[in-house]
Structures are given as C-alpha cells and as structure tokens.
Design a protein around this ligand. Structure first.
Ligand SMILES: Nc1ncnc2c1ncn2[C@@H]1O[C@H](COP(=O)(O)OP(=O)(O)OP(=O)(O)O)[C@@H](O)[C@H]1O
Ligand SMILES: [Mg+2]
Length: 237
C-alpha cells in the first residue's frame, strides 16, 4: 500500500511546484518543511485534486492506481484525506451531518446510526471537544484551535489510508498539540500513511516521523531523518 507522487509539476496562474517525487508507505509519517510560499499547500491541494490547480506533468497514484485525473471525491473514496491550512466555515451544515454524508459517499452505504454516533463521540472525546461540537455548523464561530481539532475529528471518523495534513498544529495550545499528535499516532497504528506540513520542531518531535523533506522554491531540496534538524529547523530551510 502506498501513495506515490512522480515528477509532479503543478501550476496555478504560473508553475509553482517544479517536479516533486515522493512515496509514502502504509504506517509511514513524512514531514514536509519549507519557508512561506515554497509550495507546500500547493502540493497537498493538487494531490487531493483541488480544481484550482493543474498538474502539468507527473502523476499521483494510490496503491498503484493512477488518480491524477480523478476529481477529489474519487480520491477520497480511494482513501485520501486532506486537512486544510485554513479550514472554511460552512454555515447551515452540522459537523455530524457533514461527516455522515461524507462517510456514506466514501463507503457507498449509510453508516449504522448507533455505531456512527458512538465512533463520532469517541473521536470528539479523543480531541477533548464537547459532544455538542458535532451539532454546530462546521467551523462556524469555532476558535482557531477548535477548527484544527475539528479537522482531526473528521480525519479519525473518515479513517483514511493516507492523510495530507496542512499545518494541523497551527494556533494550538500546548495541550491541544498533544491531542492532535495522539490522534495522528492512533490512525498511524491502524496503518495510515501521512504527509504533514508544519513549521514547528516541537510538533515534529511529538510526531516521530520516518522522514523529513524540505521544500525550497517548488522542489524537495533535502530529505532525511530527525538528524537533519540537529542544528534547529531554521538551519535547513
Ligand atoms: N492563485 C495564485 N496565483 C498566483 N500565485 C499563487 C496563487 N496561489 C498560490 N500562489 C503562489 O504560490 C506560492 C506557493 O504557495 P503555497 O500556498 O503553496 O505556499 P506554502 O509553502 O504552503 O506557504 P505557507 O508556509 O505560507 O503556508 C506562493 O508564492 C503563492 O503566492
Ligand atoms: Mg501553506
């Protein structure tokens, strides 16, 4: 089982990512570092199939199947998940209803009501969110940290094979940082693979990554293990 990127060139109004190749295996956790504007969000959004981005060259494959031309929901059905750097507010759509619909779309059948409610309750508890949070409209009025924890509830509930997480730690207090790292570790023990963007060394140390990649100007300029951060994160950017 793997998620593979092969020589990806991605454009928006101009080319932003200039040839990125990466393989993420089951249970592997890869961290993606890079200065602001280096192309991290562009890479993650394009891999998920965001229609604003164009893959000019290269391919994305999930478990050997080329998904480069598939829309985002088809990639989700094959086990891909993206948490957003800036989660949007969706007025009028409750989190529980949203997740029930997404689960149905991904699995092709309605989840059992009691089992779904109990799993969602456990996932909210895992992120130390109040049970009523699931009845509120997605992200509406939520604090920055609640939005990020809410994204982790979505991830645990949809249980993807591969998760792309764009700064899941931004704006979190010290306790919440641990809750998010624990949610990631939990899904990892179930065999999921991860590509996680962050700017913070303390979070990377909690994640215990298999590999760290540094993006510079739209390419992966350096890869290695935790040892590449021996002189601090700023030294590798
Ligand atoms: N619609 C667009 N038109 C032109 N340039 C764009 C567009 N969208 C993104 N870019 C540019 O692409 C580059 C990469 O942006 P991206 O959001 O991928 O960076 P990032 O590595 O995620 O940065 P950050 O750490 O700040 O989140 C930036 O210079 C950005 O301004
Ligand atoms: Mg970004």
């Amino acid at each position: 089982m793997s998620l593979d990127f092969s020589s990806l060139h991605i454009s928006r109004t101009a080319e932003i990512v200039h040839g990125v190749s990466l393989t993420i295996g089951a249970g592997e956790l890869h961290v993606l570092l890079g200065r602001n504007g280096s192309g991290k969000t562009t890479l993650l959004n394009a891999v998920m199939g965001h229609p604003a981005y164009t893959v000019e060259k290269g391919s994305v494959t999930i478990d050997g199947e080329d998904v480069t031309l598939l829309p985002a929901f088809e990639r989700a059905r094959r086990g891909l998940f993206l948490s957003l750097q800036q989660p949007p507010e969706i007025p009028g759509v409750g989190l529980a209803d949203f997740l029930r619909s997404a689960t149905t779309a991904i699995r092709g059948e309605h989840p059992k009501t009691v089992a779904f409610a109990s799993a969602l309750g456990a996932n909210l508890a895992q992120l130390r969110l109040d049970p009523h949070f699931a009845e509120r409209s997605v992200n509406v009025g939520a604090s920055g940290g609640e939005k990020k924890r809410g994204e982790m509830v979505q991830m645990l509930t949809l249980a993807p094979k591969f998760a792309l997480l764009d700064e899941p730690d931004s704006g979190l207090d010290a306790d919440a940082l641990h809750y998010v790292a624990e949610a990631i570790a939990l899904l990892r023990t179930q065999g999921a693979g991860f590509l996680i963007v962050t700017h913070y060394q303390a979070f990377i140390e909690l994640l215990k990554p298999d590999a760290i990649h540094v993006m510079r100007n739209g390419v992966i300029a350096q890869s290695g293990g935790l040892e590449i951060l021996a002189n601090g994160l700023a030294a590798v950017l």
